[in-house]
Design a protein around this ligand. Structure first.
Ligand SMILES: Cc1cc2nc3c(=O)[nH]c(=O)nc-3n(C[C@H](O)[C@H](O)[C@H](O)COP(=O)(O)OP(=O)(O)OC[C@H]3O[C@@H](n4cnc5c(N)ncnc54)[C@H](O)[C@@H]3O)c2cc1C
Length: 420
């Protein structure tokens, strides 16, 4: 039985660990905290998972919350205009509903599932200095410990794949309850000063809504640094809605913060890292999930990509057979993942820049041509469609001309079957 060690029990590490355990590998997971502490902790993410990532969880039999988690069946988009009404707005159903289950709910349940499957769980915060000792025990050691800075030196920034050196958004998220049940699906608002979203979530407190603001640093939505209490957060959120998304001014009027632990503030620098780290002994370790590729959460891709990474790494491990998990293997595993992750990374990084003319034209056309709205909304589950479409201004404008003149043969990658 091949021995695999995984540092970090998050969306990436645990999905890989459970998948490998189901195939009979001897897997040890190093988790910072036991399940009860994870559940009792602070809000960590907003984790909207789209169909391909959900499918992976269901294949493994660990999508425990179907039927309980509110389905995210549609996306509503609106962009701020000069007055109180949006300059453009559209709404479209997703072919396959998305879902947001609080990572504290998932991780605590998955830790139990991993142990039930015979996996070894060690509650221990692993430092970079500990890695050599860990690496000696395993044929392969994967570091899936989330975003920096603890392992940043081990996995240096890949400048060619990382256009940003600084955070591009000031983030403020809260879980709220109240009379938001009437708001279906994912609501996304865009303004020159930043974005906001609202989303139903199954949290540790039951069904709630997550509301998040992503402000351009230094701008009028970069407001979270001095915010401490949950009430102050709530009032700040209401003010942001009134000021920058006036058509949503009353959205939170009847809502209330769920608990003092249910806010999160921060800034994240998007980065792609060299995925193979060399320890002082010369042993190699492989980065995974946010430790390897961190995107700004505005595109809702990180947890989705973590599930993709788990699948790509598992396939690479299985295909390796009895051969050593050497550096060549590690580069191959990451390359398999990067085939998907590069699309999510490009899509997200471009979302952080002011939208160019062809994107604005596309969003505008989406109001009148449902298939354009449909294709745009499905970029969140299939960012691979971005490169040959909105990633290419000429192709994007040609697509708009084609759909407006009724050409039927335009490829619609958003409706393609979901690939693994
Ligand atoms: C505000 C916000 C909103 C988001 N919204 C979305 C969204 O809608 N959709 C989406 O797809 N993604 C979203 N994300 C991103 C998503 O949460 C991450 O990309 C995803 O959780 C990454 O998974 P991971 O397993 O790589 O890392 P993590 O989920 O961070 O897990 C890492 C684990 O490693 C543990 N760990 C850390 N250090 C050590 C150590 N030294 N030793 C042992 N264990 C350690 C941690 O405790 C943690 O359990 C959002 C993120 C934020 C912050």
């Amino acid at each position: 039985m091949r021995r695999i060690g995984i540092v970090g029990a998050g969306q990436a590490g645990l999905v890989l660990a459970i998948g490998l355990r189901q195939l009979g590998y001897a897997v040890t997971v190093f988790a910072e905290r036991p399940a009860a502490e994870v559940r009792a902790g602070r809000l960590v993410s907003n984790q909207c998972l789209f169909a391909p990532a959900l499918r992976r969880e269901r294949e493994l039999g660990i999508g425990f919350w179907d039927g309980e988690a509110p389905p995210v069946g549609e996306i509503s988009f609106a962009a701020a205009g000069d007055g109180s009404e949006p300059s453009m707005a559209w709404r479209v159903a997703l072919d396959r509903p998305a879902q947001s289950v609080d990572q504290r709910v998932k991780v605590s349940r998955w830790l139990a599932e991993f142990e039930r499957l015979g996996g070894e769980l060690r509650i221990r915060r692993v430092t970079p200095a500990d890695l050599d000792e860990c690496a000696r025990e395993f044929e392969l050691l994967v570091v899936a410990a989330g975003r920096g800075p603890q392992f940043d030196a081990l996995f240096p920034r890949d400048g060619e794949r990382s256009p940003y050196r600084e955070p591009q958004r000031a983030i403020g998220v809260a879980y709220v309850a109240g009379t938001l049940d009437a708001v279906p699906g994912l609501t996304f608002g865009m303004a020159p000063v930043g974005e906001f979203f609202l989303l139903p979530v199954l949290s540790v407190h039951g069904p709630v809504h997550g509301i998040g603001f992503f402000g351009v640093p230094g701008g009028p939505m970069d407001v979270w640094d001095g915010v401490t209490g949950v009430e102050q957060h709530h009032e700040t959120a209401r003010k942001l809605l009134r000021t920058h998304y006036p058509w949503q001014a009353t959205l939170l009027d009847e809502a209330y913060p769920v608990a003092p632990t249910e806010t999160l503030h921060g800034r994240i620098t998007p980065v792609v890292r060299h995925p193979v780290g060399t320890l002082p002994s010369g042993a190699k370790v492989l980065a995974m999930g946010d430790t390897a590729v961190t995107n700004d959460p505005v595109g809702g891709q990180g947890a989705n990509m973590a599930a993709r990474a788990a699948r790509a790494y598992q396939d690479a491990i299985v295909d390796r057979g009895d051969r050593p998990f050497d550096e060549e293997f590690m580069h191959d595993a990451f390359a398999r993942y990067w085939r998907h992750a590069r699309h999510a990374t490009r899509f997200t990084n471009d979302l952080l820049a002011p939208p160019p003319a062809h994107v604005l034209a596309t969003l505008d056309t989406a109001q009148r041509v449902p298939r354009v709205a449909h294709r745009f909304a499905h970029l969140f589950e299939n960012p691979a469609d971005y490169e040959g479409w909105l990633g290419d201004p000429d192709a994007a404008m040609q697509y708009l001309r084609d759909v407006q003149s009724g050409v039927q043969s335009v490829p619609e990658a958003g409706t393609a079957p979901v690939t693994k």
